[in-house]
Design a protein around this ligand. Structure first.
Ligand code: COA
Length: 696
């Protein structure tokens, strides 16, 4: 039998001991790795031939954190803090040699070493809050001692990484290495052994002493988090732990950090956030698409339509370094589209968000054109014209004529039949839906709509493009509205009924806001514009009594200063409008509805349960591959609060038995919109959840 390579090994480079962690892909600190490091540190400390120790990693990165898959089980010794205490106690200088990303437990490991050297491309961070926890290996105690309270609060409460140069400036990294990291780290360690310096962060007080007794930095962090991470527990716990670093002795701070971290690990929020972390990665894996599926090179792209969506899509591509031809039919629309793009990037630049690039550099990657023939050398063409099958098919016929053989022909439709659109071409295997979400340069979700004929290579290439432009892809099948908009419609139907039956838009919106959505359906409608839905309803002969009347009055939402709410000049804050309430009362009376007070609990259930139900049908039909994919669509495309894990996770957390019972109750009161999907009936009867469904 082949021997498995040890996850941690120890050798020597002259008089310097080298401890190497080799646990691919990201050198996570599993139990075996922690045990290995502990044994290696003790052995190296006792080795009479070694004067110093270098801690390094094989593979693409330094340790990227604790092993998240172990979080569901009780912690087993040696826990990370035991390992770090051994490093603290080591009599020889220990140097961390960092490449790739030192994240979470990885950065904590490095902070427990006496010195840290890194390559220029390395990045470090404590991303635990993103998983609903806080650092549990001393990060909240050692980082403030290295960088001061304000920087530590910023890093720990946001979880964002910083680059090596910034980390050096801040006091995390002692030296940035130009040449070979291993050689440099060994030389550095030898020099430290010679001068005898072995500083421990636990002993340092200089950077935190000034904050003792001060409340201001903590209050500022709390205020920032109230905006950025509304409803999430972990950032508040992180602030408390950092405050303890300032106010209490090191070991007391460590104890509190451990206690808070343990509590959070078991919390519903952290379970939800961990679910999202893994679901995001699982979504990128599609049955039938493997390493051997050819991925085409995308060197040039074209976007047809310079409206809000087309412009945003062009920005996403250009920002990732892909040159784009942006095609419009008229000069005026093209100029308007380009001006909007420039304005958006200028705003980003003012916030320092262009990562060193200038607006002009970005703009130079977008070549405006009035001729569809200019898509000829693009490897990927994305159509973002008016949402109408006829128009889209005409455009696709043109795309087919001009695009080079092998190019991907994508539609940004949000609801239409991709298979039907593909019939306008002689190459349906090259046609795919790439459904971006507005604003397309910001929202992370990309629904990749796989048509009947879409080739595996086109799906694989779309997944690769998504990753390259920083989107989170979810592959879905063809149906009206795909995953996101189809479920949104189920929610919208209830939102409308609730308002007719007795609620007001502001109450419906508040319930969803309190749940954690950035806004409710009415504020969202005003933001998106009510005229689009109105036009579609008229085409289809549908009626929405209140919304139709608002549109007839020219109340199209924010852009006209009034919609479901009214807006004061230059403000986007919705103000409840008695005129709207009057219309609602009239329309309810006209429909013979006796309005009643509706409590928040009923509103929430009536909005969310139909979504879960529709999600179950989407799974039954195979439109989504897994429940986690649906969750990712909602978290990244529609603002479902990440600490609630997405609609399917939320339903699992409540228990599908309880969900089924509540659906039956609502069906009895409000009709067949609430008839439980067969999948929910079956799983509930078996005492299972969506999470128990077999993986594709
Ligand atoms: N524990 C367990 N598994 C982990 C992990 C961790 N801390 N970090 C990453 N992985 C796994 C991923 O699930 C993925 O597994 P898969 O290939 O089976 O899907 C694999 O490692 C590669 O990760 P991926 O995110 O796809 O690679 P990447 O190169 O895009 O990003 C990181 C690498 C390290 C930046 C990213 O994985 C990350 O942010 N990890 C979490 C870091 C973290 O939060 N650490 C603190 C934990 S307390």
């Amino acid at each position: 039998m082949a021997e498995t390579a040890p996850l941690v090994r120890c050798d020597r480079s002259g008089d310097v001991a080298r401890i190497t962690i080799a646990n691919p892909p990201v050198n996570a600190l599993s139990h075996a790795v922690r045990s290995g490091i502990l044994a290696a540190v003790e052995a190296a400390d006792a080795d009479p031939e070694a004067v110093a120790i270098v801690l390094r990693c094989d593979g693409r990165t330094f340790v990227a954190g604790a092993d998240i898959t172990e979080f569901d089980r009780p912690a087993v010794e040696p826990v990370l803090s035991t390992v770090l205490a051994a490093i603290d106690a080591c009599r020889k200088p220990v140097v961390a040699a960092i490449h790739g990303t030192a994240l979470g437990g990885g950065l904590e490991l490095a902070l427990a070493c006496h010195w840290r050297v890194a390559v220029a491309g390395a990045r470090v961070g404590l991303p635990e809050v993103k998983l609903g926890i806080i650092p549990g290996g001393g990060g909240t105690q050692r980082l403030p001692r290295a960088v001061g309270v304000e920087k530590a609060l910023e890093m720990i409460t946001t979880g964002e990484m910083i680059g090596a140069a910034e980390a050096k400036e801040a006091g995390i990294i002692d030296a940035i290495v130009d040449g070979d990291l291993d050689d440099a780290a060994v030389a550095f360690a030898r020099a430290r052994a010679a001068d005898g310096a072995r500083p421990r962060l636990r002993d340092r007080e200089d950077r935190i002493a000034g904050a003792r007794g001060q409340d201001a930095p903590f209050a500022a962090a709390r205020a920032a988090m109230a905006r950025r991470a509304r409803g999430r527990q972990a950032p508040e716990y992180a602030i408390r732990a950092v405050q303890a670093a300032v106010e209490r002795p090191f070991d007391d701070g460590i104890a509190l950090e451990r206690e808070l971290c343990t509590e959070l690990k078991a919390s519903a929020q952290s379970r939800a956030q961990r679910h999202v972390f893994f679901a995001e990665r699982e979504a990128a894996k599609v049955p039938g698409i493997g390493r051997d599926t050819p991925v085409a090179r995308i060197e040039r792209a074209a976007v047809i339509g310079a409206g809000t969506m087309g412009g945003g899509i062009a920005m996403s591509l250009a920002a990732a370094g892909i040159p784009v031809v942006l095609v419009e039919t008229g000069q005026e629309a093209l100029d308007r589209g380009l001006a909007t793009i420039r304005r958006n990037w200028e705003a980003t630049a003012r916030r320092g968000g262009l990562g060193g690039a200038t607006v002009d550099e970005r703009m130079a990657r977008i070549r405006p054109s009035l001729a569809l023939a200019d898509i000829a050398d693009a490897d990927l063409v994305i159509e973002a014209v008016f949402e109408d099958t006829g128009i889209k098919k005409t455009v696709f016929a043109e795309m087919d004529r001009h695009a080079r053989p092998g190019a991907i022909l994508a539609t940004n439709t949000s609801t239409l039949d991709v298979d039907d659109i593909a019939t306008a071409t002689a190459r349906p295997e090259s046609v795919v839906g790439l459904h971006f979400f507005s604003p397309a340069n910001i929202m992370k979700l990309l629904e990749i709509v796989r048509g009947r004929a879409t080739s595996p290579s086109v799906v694989a290439t779309s997944l690769a493009v998504a990753k390259r432009i920083g989107k989170v892809p979810v592959v879905v099948g063809v149906c009206d509205g795909f995953v996101g908009n189809r479920m949104l419609r189920a929610r919208g139907r209830q939102a409308e009924r609730l308002v007719m039956e007795g609620a007001l838009p502001q109450q419906v919106d508040r319930v969803l806001y309190d749940f954690g959505f950035p806004m409710g359906p009415y504020a969202m409608g005003d933001l998106a514009g009510l005229d689009i839905g109105w036009r579609i309803r008229r085409e289809k002969g549908l009626v929405s009594p209140v919304a139709d009347r608002l549109c007839e009055m020219g109340r199209f939402g924010q852009k006209t200063g009034a919609g479901w709410y009214r807006y004061e000049a230059a403000s986007r804050s919705p103000i409840p409008d008695p005129a709207v309430e009057a219309i609602i009362l009239e329309e309810a009376a006209r429909a013979g509805i006796a309005r009643r007070a509706i409590d928040d609990g009923e509103i929430l259930d009536r909005l969310l349960l139909p979504m879960v139900n529709e999600g179950a049908r989407i799974l039954e039909e195979g439109i989504a591959l897994r429940p986690g994919d649906i969750d990712i669509v909602w978290v990244h495309g529609y603002g479902w609060p990440v600490q609630e894990g997405g609609p399917m996770h939320w339903a699992d957390a409540r228990g599908l038995g309880a969900i089924r019972d509540r659906l039956l109750e609502l069906q009895h009161q409000h009709g067949d919109d609430f008839r439980p999907a067969a999948l929910i009936e079956r799983l509930a009867a078996e005492g299972k959840g969506f999470r128990d469904l077999p993986r594709p």
